[in-house]
Design a protein around this ligand. Sequence first.
Ligand SMILES: [Mg+2]
Length: 237
Amino acid sequence: MKLTAIFFDLDETLLDTSGCRPPAVEASFRVAAQKYPQLNLEAWRKASEEVKAEMHDLWLNSPNSGAELLREGSYRILKKLGIDDREFATHVSQAYYQAWVSHLKLFPEVREVLAALRGRFRLGVISNGPSDIQRYKLKLFDLEREFDPIVISGEVGVAKPDPAIFRRALELARVSPPEALYVGDSPVYDIVGAKGVGMQMVWVNRNSLPAKKLEVKPDGIVRDLWELLTLAESKKS
Ligand SMILES: [Mg+2]
């Protein structure tokens, strides 16, 4: 079937977050260590990783804002290190987030590829995460106007790979699954999710992961979005 709509994942598909976490963890440590000089960076890093793992599911689909989740995360890190200071956790989380977003990048080809697709396909976003943070990322790169609809798990109460979030986006765009393509990097959230509702799916495999290991096969594999452009053109006619 002819392709009319393309939906994108955000993180690691359009946005490169790979350089965000290490400086953010260090920035939050620096703020925490000003008040609590007994803290050390290695223990802080370790506690941060533990809290990240503990809170993974909350980040996918929580009614809480990202700001609240970040505060809770900082509180838990402090707590693991023997400090019970909920009020101060707010400052720590703000330092973390400021550093995190300052290292956020758009993949280099994104603007040109979107410009080439614009007006030829309906373009949308389906993203897991809290509303405030995902919207902030889109605003930061002036991307909100590129996409309609923008469907975010924290807003709709259901997260990828649940079929319901994909169906919601398809309904809003008024397109049937086979005429829609989903573009994402995650084998589980993106490939399993999109194929589960019968959408076409292109896997963005920027890090050359072995495709053999995929449990559900995508319809195409690209190394970057330039390759997606070529592929979308071939499906248009
Ligand atoms: Mg992703």
